[in-house]
Design a protein around this ligand. Structure first.
Ligand SMILES: [Zn+2]
Ligand SMILES: [Zn+2]
Length: 281
């Protein structure tokens, strides 16, 4: 099963298809000097539970995106995909119960990211739901109607220790925020559709985390970009020292191909069921 896994860094392993690779027996101790906060990093596992790209056998694909972050103080569901039944069925197959979820982050108000919200909140009410500022009253109302509390995160908001939003981008257009997660290998940025621009969001994440990004994963929304436009975004990623990229959801086939060409082994073309496993220290 090891062939299905790609080593990320410092013991982190990307597992596609639910096959987890063994952690390398010896790995370099991740640098501590540049980090703030607790000296011990928890193991962080990010699992894509909803995506239109095929992944692990037995999971349903449908247009949208959602992933679960485990390891920080809170277990976080980032986006809920476009369909509640599929979301809950995929989560169940991946061994994640609604009751495990402590907080929700909704990237933006589009239906392919909020479609599973009602089903999730019906199964797990009362959790805080972080939404971008200006995302619209109907989203906040929908959240309240299920007994949960919407939190408009205009500036970067701490969801818990080791997990914070980027702050709202795309104001006046499509308001959206991403989620930054601290791992032993570095910070990870998760994007929903990245309507404000994948590089714009990566730049904001770099600013709020005060460090380079180990990985950007999610929808990059570049399906109608020309080759030159995609190259320009990849140039920005390289300038920001984004070490790894995993474009999925609405990134576009050409975007995925070009990232793979430029990033090589540092690019992972993932789909539903992909597991990013960052070992703790
Ligand atoms: Zn969208
Ligand atoms: Zn989308």
């Amino acid at each position: 099963m090891k062939t299905a896994a790609i080593a990320l860094a410092a013991g982190a392993v990307l597992t596609v298809g639910g096959c987890r690779a063994a952690r390398p027996a010896s790995r370099p101790a991740p640098a501590q000097a540049a980090r703030s906060g607790p000296s011990t990093e928890e193991k962080v596992v990010i699992t894509i539970v909803f995506d239109n790209n095929a992944g692990a056998a037995g999971l349903e694909t449908a247009w949208g995106f959602g992933c679960v972050v485990r390891g920080p103080e809170k277990t976080i569901l980032f986006d809920t995909g476009g369909d509640g039944r599929i979301l809950l069925a995929n989560m169940k197959k991946l061994g994640i119960a609604p009751a495990d979820i402590d907080a929700l982050v909704i990237s933006h108000a589009h239906g392919d990211h909020t479609g599973g919200l009602a089903a999730l909140l019906a199964a797990r009410g009362g959790v805080p739901v972080y939404i971008p500022a200006g995302a619209g009253a109907s989203l906040a109302e929908q959240i309240r109607s299920h007994g949960a509390e919407p939190i408009e995160a205009d500036a970067s908001a701490d969801v818990c220790d080791g997990a914070k939003t980027t702050g709202t981008l795309g104001k006046g257009a499509i308001e959206e925020h991403g989620l930054c997660v601290k791992t032993a290998a570095g910070w990870v940025l998760i994007t929903g559709c990245a309507h404000p621009g994948a590089a714009v969001m990566a730049a904001k994440a770099t600013e709020v985390t005060a460090g380079a990004l180990e990985l950007v994963v999610g929808g990059f929304h570049m399906g109608s970009h020309s080759k030159a436009q995609i190259d320009a975004v990849i140039d920005e990623f390289e300038k920001l020292a984004v070490r790894r990229a995993a474009p999925c959801h609405c990134s576009g086939d050409n975007t995925r191909k070009q990232f793979q060409q430029r990033y090589g082994q540092r690019c992972s073309l993932v789909g539903v069921g992909a597991v990013f496993d960052f070992a703790g220290e």
